[in-house]
Design a protein around this ligand. Structure first.
Ligand SMILES: [Zn+2]
Length: 319
């Protein structure tokens, strides 16, 4: 035993069961019992992958599943946001293009290196065969602001920025004809939303914009694929409720003049009964409360997490 409690995630070593399910005519979900998901669109002449898995070795399993259903080339990789666990597998697909919002590109420039070091340190299990990750960053080759439409033959695929939430650059992939959405970490299901780089004040409004599309199938960032309006609504509702509950608790603590440590303890105790069964609850809460406290007090934009800042925060709140 060391004197300092290690990150909750560093003790999380259990391997997850993979599911690969078809959601609609052209969309598939690669899900992993609460570990990061990948969404796949198989068009007339090409395949698009949204979120790559954390390492090329892990992405190889996604490719193996894709090859069970199609031999079309994987031309496009979409980064729904900049987090290392979503982007570092990109090289395995050898895509013609890597697409991301300009905001995501800017975040990679600003904090990509620190995020890579911090995420690998926080959660080693999620970076299986991390030695297969190439040096440096995963750079988008096409960026956009607001909306970009791709045509995979006759299949229309929209990349949409519906607002800030999980990060400043959040992008969703939308198939308008089959009303299927690849949501990235903007929506989670039975999994705790990570909000360490989030915009709490915007997130719920962005979820309303997601709901306005009226999806009938949705791949969340974590958790099982949501099929049917009822399941989609449940995912949007529970994600929004969690964000609102963290925010209400943190803002009440700030209004009462409490410091971060006290606000964290209060918020953890308040939310544990309702959300404690969701995966990565213990892992996310310190980051989520810290970011929410920062936003409520003095930082409109998220501070950059570094391996050092992770450790200091963890010692302050959990030591
Ligand atoms: Zn993320």
């Amino acid at each position: 035993m060391t004197a300092t409690k290690t990150f909750a995630s560093q003790a999380d070593l259990e391997e997850k069961q993979i599911s690969f399910v078809q959601l609609s005519e052209h969309a598939w979900a690669y899900t992993a019992e609460g570990d990061p998901n990948t969404g796949i669109v198989i068009g007339d002449d090409a395949v698009l992958v949204a979120d790559t898995q954390a390492t090329p070795a892990m992405a190889a399993d996604v490719i193996r599943r894709i090859r069970e259903v199609t031999d079309k080339p994987i031309k496009y990789v979409v980064l729904t946001h900049y987090h290392a666990v979503r982007v570092l597998g990109a090289s395995a697909y050898q895509p013609q293009q890597i697409l991301a919002s300009q905001d995501t590109y800017d975040l990679i420039v600003e904090r990509g290196e620190q995020d890579k070091a911090s995420e690998i340190g926080r959660f080693p299990r999620l970076f299986r065969n991390v030695e297969t990750v190439p040096a440096g960053m995963t750079w988008p080759t096409i960026t956009f602001s607001g909306k970009l439409t791709l045509w995979l033959g006759k299949l229309e695929v929209q990349l949409l920025q519906l607002g800030r939430g999980h990060t400043k650059g959040d992008t969703v992939v939308w198939l308008p004809k089959e009303r299927t959405l690849l949501a990235g970490d903007l929506v989670e299901f039975d999994a705790t939303p990570y909000a360490g780089d989030a915009y709490f004040k915007d997130w719920r409004k962005t979820l309303e914009s997601v709901a306005a599309l009226k999806p009938v199938a949705l791949v969340p960032g974590r958790g099982p694929a949501l099929i049917g309006e009822e399941q989609v609504a449940a995912g949007l509702k529970s994600t929004g409720a969690f964000i609102a509950d963290v925010r209400a608790s943190v803002e009440a603590g700030v209004a009462a003049g409490k410091d971060l440590n006290a606000v964290y303890k209060d918020t953890f105790a308040k939310l544990k009964p309702k959300y404690g069964h969701w995966v990565i609850f213990d892992h996310c809460m310190p980051f989520d409360v810290t970011r929410c406290y920062d936003e409520a007090t003095q930082y409109a934009d998220p501070l950059i997490w570094t391996a050092d800042r992770d450790r200091q925060m963890w010692e302050t709140l959990e030591g």
